[in-house]
Design a protein. Structure first.
Length: 321
């Protein structure tokens, strides 16, 4: 199945990953792509290159609003549900987290009951807890954050709607995504935050001791997985993990970036311990590899692309850290 001459809805399409999904759908020949975003985390900068493109429709709206979501779902061949309240936001505002990640996801699924649309519902490795071994899709889910709880609930709705109501939904769990357009002023997206600090000659702050392991995945590899799932019939009603096989601790990450890009000696600072920090959220990705996904961008290449983007963005916007 191709995206040529098809219509797609990307919730959270002004966000970091959603905006890359939009770009790829246009490259793949989609006839119309609707970006639906309330801009709570999204940036106009991520989509400014699309303004005026007759194949792109931008709607400022909220996935918690069923009446706004329903007509968009019904006119779409594909739905990429990226909109979410994120990890750090979930603790600051549990009501928004529950509303967006559970009610918002429910609205997309409920609106799809009488449609034929293929849905890729984005979830997260935070639905698992920590484990010493790589976790496959069936591994026990013990989320340690409100974000993990709300995303897991959304997943369960998606898989139930697929099984019982024939909704053509698949669940895709990203882990530690990085790349251009990831906000480097926020509290998540550690690679971009460290890069921007170090490029400005400042010390990165390492939270929770720094021995926690992450498998950093370059954004275009996650976009590949997202579009792949939408094209595979056998993925309907299934959940998949997707992540790089490159694994490192936050302490190792800081050292790599300092060694590569600092122009003077920098010693990282120790920060707070974060609530619910997963020490080893490492997935097994065999299932999505069997479907045809393959990691294409090495960590080094992804890091270099991201560094170049941050330098350019700091120049364009006058931002630093
Ligand atoms: N970045 C990562 O490392 C990572 C890891 C695992 C899972 N994910 C998942 O990937 C998806 C995209 O995340 P991202 O990193 O691009 O984050 P992001 O914050 O850049 O994008 C999320 C987008 O959703 C929008 N949004 C939030 N609440 C909304 C609402 N109620 N209605 C409409 N739009 C709303 C935001 O404005 C933002 O543009 C999310 O579902 C997230 O849970 C991301």
């Amino acid at each position: 199945m191709s995206f040529k001459n098809k219509t797609a809805l990307v919730t959270g399409g002004a966000g970091f990953i959603g905006s890359h999904v939009v770009d790829r759908l246009l490259q793949e020949g989609a006839e119309k792509v609707t970006i639906f975003d309330n801009f709570i985390g999204g940036q106009f900068n991520n989509i400014k290159h699309l303004i005026g493109n007759p194949r792109v429709q931008l709607i400022v709206g909220d996935v918690r609003d069923f009446d706004a979501v329903k007509p968009l779902v019904q006119e779409s061949d594909f739905i990429f549900h990226e909109a979410a309240s994120k990890l750090v936001a979930s603790l600051k505002n549990p009501r928004i987290d529950l509303g967006t990640n559970i009610i918002g996801t429910f609205n997309i699924l409920e609106a799809s009951r009488d449609s034929d649309a293929r849905i890729v519902q984005i979830s997260t490795g935070s639905v698992f807890g920590s484990s010493d071994k790589p976790m496959n899709e069936e591994h026990v889910k013990n989320p340690t954050t409100l974000y993990g709880i709300s995303k897991l609930t959304g997943e369960k709705y998606g898989l139930f709607y697929a099984k019982e109501f024939g909704v053509k939904a698949s669940v895709l769990r990203y882990f530690h995504v990085f790349g251009p357009r990831q906000d480097y002023h926020g509290e998540a997206g550690v690679i971009n935050i460290f890069l921007s600090k170090i490029l400005n000659g400042k010390a990165p702050i390492i939270n929770s001791g720094g021995e926690q392991i992450r498998c950093f995945t370059y954004v275009s590899d996650d976009v590949d997985a997202t579009l792949l799932l939408a094209q595979k019939k056998e993925a309907i009603g299934q959940a998949y993990n997707v992540a790089s096989k490159t694994r490192m601790s936050i302490n190792e990450l800081a050292k790599i970036i300092i060694d590569k890009y600092a122009d003077k000696p920098i010693t990282p600072e120790q920060g707070d311990t974060r609530q619910g920090e997963n020490l080893k959220p490492i997935p097994d990705t065999t299932k999505i590899e069997k479907l045809g996904w393959k990691e294409k961008v090495s960590f080094e290449e992804g890091l270099e692309n991201t560094k170049k983007w941050i330098e350019q963005d700091m120049k364009d916007t006058g931002n630093s850290f």
